[in-house]
Design a binder for this molecule. Structure first.
Ligand SMILES: Nc1ncnc2c1ncn2[C@@H]1O[C@H](COP(=O)(O)OP(=O)(O)O)[C@@H](O)[C@H]1O
Ligand SMILES: [Mg+2]
Length: 279
């Protein structure tokens, strides 16, 4: 049977001892879309993406990626997926070229294909001229680019990116976001992004799922999510859905008249003092 969805999960669940990291997750992600799994720290995003890449096992439920079962066809899953981990390990005593050759060989790619792909990627990521420098001398943004090259070396059908912009300065984050959106549009890849950053999700994703304590709370386009909880924007919707405490306080600054800025600061300080006393 030809699978019409790039990623399908049915009641996918993962327990770490007593902790339920992922709870009955049901996803149906069509090919060619960019999907964002959005949620606070500890929500279960990394666990989900590690299960989908056949790196760790599930506790129960089912999942297929690219039509392949993540358990019985795990090798095929690995062959068609590219994965940028949250904290990738780089071999600092290798050059970028050596590292990418090594990753290409893990995918059993022929040497000439590896070499051609590396040249293409170095050009795309603007790393030409630095490819023979040791990775230990690379900046964080450059290391992230090399990790993205590694995730793309076998020209994967489906690309998983775990927190691709989280540890980058604004300029490097912008560059990575541009690269991801180009990949999604031009190469028509299915991209699955885990992030806790609203701007990254809103800018890059066609569909967003918000996960809290292992449970998928809502799914839809950014606009659908905003409308479904009558929010002003994705930030307010996210705070409502994730049940962030003191939401009115958190968002109060946005209702302020800029002319009353100082007054409002004072009144918030007063409110804070009052709350402290009450505790
Ligand atoms: N290897 C592990 N052993 C035990 N608990 C884990 C492990 N990996 C993740 N967890 C727990 O699972 C939950 C979800 O973690 P994670 O998937 O990393 O969340 P996120 O990526 O959304 O921040 C957390 O409570 C975390 O502590
Ligand atoms: Mg994570």
């Amino acid at each position: 049977m030809v699978e019409t969805h790039a990623i399908l999960t049915h009641d996918l669940t993962k327990d770490f001892g007593k902790i339920r990291a992922v709870n009955n997750l049901n996803l149906k992600i069509p090919y060619g879309k960019t999907y964002g799994l959005l949620g606070p720290n500890g929500a279960g995003k990394t666990t989900t993406v590690r299960i989908l890449n056949a790196i760790i096992s599930k506790s129960s439920g089912k999942a297929s990626v690219g039509g392949y079962d993540i358990i019985t066809e795990s090798k095929k899953v690995k062959m068609i997926c590219g994965f940028l981990p949250e904290s990738p390990g780089l071999y600092s005593k290798l050059t970028a070229r050596e590292f990418l050759e090594f990753i290409g060989e893990l995918y059993y790619l022929p040497k000439d294909v590896i070499s051609a792909r590396i040249n293409e990627l170095l050009e795309l990521f603007d790393l030409e001229g630095r490819e023979n420098d040791l990775l230990e001398g690379y900046s964080r943004g450059m290391k992230q680019k090399v990790c993205l090259c590694a995730a793309l070396i076998q020209d994967p059908e489906i690309l998983f990116l775990d927190e691709p912009t989280s540890n980058l300065d604004p300029a490097a984050a912008r560059m990575v976001k541009n690269l991801i959106s180009e990949l999604a549009k031009k190469a028509d890849k299915t991209v699955f992004i885990c992030t806790h950053l609203l701007d990254t999700a809103e800018e890059l994703c066609d569909i967003i799922g918000i996960i809290v304590e292992g449970e998928l709370k809502i799914e839809g386009t950014p606009n659908e999510i905003i409308e479904s909880v009558s929010a002003k924007d994705l930030e307010e919707a996210y705070l409502k859905i994730t049940g962030a405490d003191h939401i009115d306080d958190l968002l109060a600054w946005r209702d302020e008249n800029p002319n009353n800025h100082e007054d409002n600061k004072k009144s918030r300080r007063k409110k804070k003092k009052k709350n402290k006393k009450l505790r």
